[in-house]
Ligand binder design. Structure first.
Ligand code: ZN
Length: 237
């Protein structure tokens, strides 16, 4: 994108449960790349990197944002952190194009990682990014797949992500033919419904995630902005 299309400002948002270490270290000193990465904390999951103090270097200082989450983080704590950080940071950066790595391994039922996200997180993340893409960069958004280790989740999450971009509301129904093909090829029971019920979080998890966000703000050199967060929520409702 940078060489062929002369892209000057690129947002890479990574919601895969693993830290995107290759992208972050590969562009660690590149001021053209804002990298925001939500992932299960490296204290619990491969590759063990991606802490709030890793914010980039030289001209790119402050452009690599890591939000490590404790195991069992659900929709509530995740979306609170996402709304607190993402819209404000992206508006300030003003990207020319937005890239989203939409790994589904943060899902509740994933076999590998230990987060408790549901389809609600993915649809909300894509909805907000879609909105920001139209507001800031002529709708230029590239959506990528990523990790996902439970077969019943990956097609659901990506169907919902695609439908969100296409502004389509889908019903909960899983098509019978698809369910039959899934049963035959995956040798597993197909999912019963398209959407999940949102997960809430314990006070302890909410506290841990809030303190990670506060820590990140300290490394980035700006204080808490609770009023801004409320305003962002109003804008996006
Ligand atoms: Zn992953």
């Amino acid at each position: 994108l940078k060489t062929r299309y002369k892209t000057k400002r690129l947002l890479y948002l990574d919601v895969d449960a693993h830290h995107g270490d290759g992208v972050m270290y590969g562009y660690y000193d590149d001021p053209a790349v804002l990298d925001i990465d939500f992932h299960e904390s490296g204290n619990f999951l491969f590759p063990g990197t991606g802490f709030p103090d890793e914010t980039g270097k030289e001209d790119a200082k402050g452009l690599k944002l890591n939000i490590p989450l404790p195991p069992a983080t659900g929709d509530q704590a995740y979306l609170e952190a996402f709304r607190e950080i993402v819209p404000e940071t992206v508006r300030r950066f003003k990207p020319d194009v937005i890239l989203v790595q939409c790994g589904t391994d943060g899902h509740l039922d994933d076999r590998l990682a230990h987060l408790r996200l549901t389809t609600n997180v993915y649809s909300e993340v894509i909805r907000v990014l879609h909105h920001l893409a139209h507001e800031l960069c002529n709708g230029r958004l590239l959506l990528f797949g990523g990790g996902g280790y439970t077969l019943a989740n990956v097609p659901r999450v990506w169907t919902i992500a695609f439908a969100t971009l296409a502004d389509k509301n889908l019903t909960d129904e899983i098509p019978a033919l698809w369910a039959q093909q899934f049963r035959e090829s995956a040798d597993e029971e197909p999912p019963e419904k398209l959407h999940d019920k949102a997960t809430t979080d314990t006070e302890n998890t909410l506290k841990q995630v809030r303190s990670t966000v506060a820590e990140l703000r300290q490394y980035l050199g700006n204080g808490p902005r609770s009023r801004t967060v409320q305003e962002e929520n109003v804008v996006h409702r």
